[in-house]
Design a protein around this ligand. Structure first.
Ligand code: SF4
Ligand code: SF4
Length: 445
C-alpha cells in the first residue's frame, strides 16, 4: 500500500464514500443525560476477562467508586456511575444479544451526585504504575472495540512506539461524538495525549482528522501550537474506512502493516481521541470511566443529539430523552451503519463501547434482493486490504474454510465496504463472519 494524494489530502488506496448524514448532529453541543432510576453494569464491557464483583447486594456506593476489579491482565475495573445502592447482582440482557452477569445500581434520589474524587498525578509514576492506574480506571478504547487501553499502552520488550497517532477520523456515517469531543474537549485531548506520550515516548505525535471536521482541525491545531511538544494535526480525505488503524497508518506514513501483524510491529500506537480525553479526566480529576459521549441519531429519531451518558443507562431512556422514535418500525443500530450491530431490544444499557444509537428508516436500510455474482469487480476495488471478496464469498457459500484462510480471510476486519458496493446485494461480510467463526472453531478443536 502507498499513500495517495487526492487534492492535497492524504488517504489510503481503495475504500468507499457512503452518504455521511453527519449534518443531523454535528453542530449539536454535547448534552448531559439526566440521572435515571436504575443502572445496569455488565461485568463484560471490554475485550478480555470479565471484571470481578467487589460489592454486595444492598451495599451503598458512591459515584465513581469501584464495584468490580480487573479479572486478569486483559480486563479492567468497573465503577458506579451514581451515588446509590447495589440493587442486584444477576444475569441481565447485554447489548451484544447475550444474557450476562451485571451489577444493577439503584440511584439515591436524594443525592446531589457530586463527585468526591482526587487527581492521580502521573508525574511521579513509573510506567508500570501508569499501566496499572489506567487498568483500574476502567479505561477502554473509546472508538467502539472496547479493547482495554492499558494493554494497548503496554509496549512489549523489543518494540518501540515511534509514532503515536490519535484517531479523530470518525469515518462511519451519522456518528459525530468524536467530532464534538474534539471541539468541546480540545484541551483535555491535548493534555491526555501529552500524558500518554510521557510513558510511550514516541518520536512524533499525530492527530488524524477527516477533512469534514474543519472546526476541529483548526481548534486542535491552535491548542497544539501552544504546547511544548510537537503534535502534527493531519487532515485526511473523507473516505470509509479511514478510521481503521491500518488505513490511517497507510494514509499518514504510506506504510503497510503486514498481514497478521499489529500497528506496533511497524512502530505505531493508535488511540482514539475520546480515550485521550478520558485519560486527562482520570489523571487530573480522578474521574474513572463512568460516562461517555455517544451520538444518538438517525432519520427516525426526533432530536438527533450528542449525549454525555452515564455507563449503564438504559438505551430506551436515552432515546426517549432525544424525543423518541418517529416511525412505527425503525431499524435500530449500535455504532455506525457500516460496522454497527442491529439491536432489537432497547432495554439494554449503554456500555463503554457504545459510540452511537441510530434509529433508521427503510430509506437508509434497504433489504436488497440477492442475485448471482456478475463478476463486476467492484468489491475488489472497494476492499482496503486488497482481498478478493467475490472469491471469499463463493468459498464461504461452499463451506471451503481452508481455502478461505489461504485467501487471507482472517485479515478481513469486516468493514463491509465490499457488501456496500455489491450490485447483486450479496451479503459478503455476513458470509465472512461465518467463515471466520468456522476457522476459529476448527483451530480451537
Ligand atoms: S469486509 Fe473484509 S473483505 Fe470486505 S472490504 Fe472490508 S476488509 Fe475487505
Ligand atoms: S461486487 Fe458483488 S457482483 Fe461484483 S464481483 Fe463483487 S461479489 Fe460479484
Amino acid at each position: 500500500m502507498s499513500t495517495s494524494l487526492i487534492g492535497s489530502l492524504q488517504t489510503f488506496p481503495h475504500g468507499v464514500h457512503p452518504e455521511e448524514y453527519k449534518e443531523l448532529s454535528c453542530n449539536r453541543r454535547i448534552e448531559r443525560m439526566p440521572f435515571v432510576e436504575l443502572y445496569t453494569l455488565p461485568l463484560s464491557q471490554h475485550i478480555g476477562a470479565p471484571s470481578k464483583v467487589v460489592v454486595k447486594e444492598g451495599q451503598k456506593v458512591r459515584r465513581g467508586e469501584m464495584i468490580a476489579e480487573p479479572g486478569g491482565f486483559v480486563s479492567v475495573g468497573l465503577h458506579s456511575p451514581v451515588d446509590g445502592v447495589v440493587h442486584a447482582i444477576d444475569l441481565f440482557d447485554h447489548p451484544n444479544g447475550q444474557v450476562l452477569p451485571a451489577i444493577q445500581i439503584r440511584t439515591d434520589r436524594f443525592s446531589t451526585q457530586q463527585l468526591q474524587l482526587k487527581p492521580v498525578p502521573p508525574e511521579e509514576m513509573t510506567t508500570a504504575g501508569f499501566i496499572k492506574a489506567v487498568q483500574w480506571s476502567g479505561m477502554v478504547g473509546m472508538g467502539g472495540a472496547a479493547f482495554p487501553a492499558h494493554v494497548k499502552f503496554s509496549i512489549p520488550e523489543g518494540k518501540t512506539c515511534k509514532h503515536l497517532m490519535l484517531n479523530g477520523c470518525e469515518c462511519e456515517p451519522f456518528l459525530t461524538c468524536d467530532h464534538r469531543v474534539m471541539v468541546e474537549y480540545a484541551e483535555e485531548l491535548i493534555d491526555g495525549t501529552r500524558i500518554l506520550a510521557r510513558f510511550v515516548k514516541p518520536e512524533k505525535v499525530y492527530i488524524a482528522i477527516e477533512a469534514n471536521k474543519p472546526d476541529a482541525i483548526t481548534l486542535i491545531r491552535e491548542k497544539a501550537a501552544e504546547m511544548d511538544f510537537a503534535i502534527e494535526v493531519v487532515p485526511l480525505e473523507v473516505k470509509y474506512p479511514q478510521g481503521a488503524e491500518k488505513m490511517m497508518i497507510s494514509a499518514i506514513l504510506g506504510e503497510e502493516v503486514p498481514s497478521g501483524k499489529l500497528p506496533l510491529d511497524v512502530g505505531v500506537l493508535v488511540s482514539n481521541v475520546g480515550t485521550a480525553v478520558a485519560m486527562s479526566q482520570y489523571f487530573r480529576q480522578g474521574l474513572p470511566l463512568i460516562e461517555r459521549v455517544i451520538t444518538v441519531s438517525g432519520t427516525a429519531l426526533k432530536r438527533p443529539s450528542n449525549m454525555l451518558v452515564p455507563i449503564g443507562t438504559p438505551m430506551r431512556d436515552v432515546v426517549d430523552y432525544c424525543g423518541g422514535i418517529t416511525v412505527p418500525s425503525p431499524r435500530i443500530l449500535l455504532g455506525g451503519p457500516m460496522m454497527g450491530m442491529v439491536q432489537k431490544n432497547l432495554d439494554v444499557p449503554v456500555v463503554k463501547g457504545t459510540s452511537g444509537i441510530l434509529a433508521l428508516t427503510d430509506h437508509e436500510v434497504r433489504d436488497l434482493d440477492t442475485y448471482s455474482c456478475i463478476r463486476c469487480g467492484r468489491c475488489l476495488d472497494a476492499c482496503p486490504l486488497f482481498l478478493n471478496p467475490a472469491l471469499l464469498g463463493m468459498l464461504s457459500r461452499k463451506g471451503l474454510w481452508e481455502e478461505m484462510e489461504e485467501n487471507h480471510i482472517m485479515d478481513c476486519f469486516e468493514c463491509a465496504s465490499c457488501s456496500f458496493v455489491c450490485p447483486s446485494g450479496i451479503p459478503l461480510v455476513q458470509s465472512f463472519r461465518v467463515g471466520k467463526a468456522m476457522i476459529r472453531e476448527r483451530k480451537a478443536k
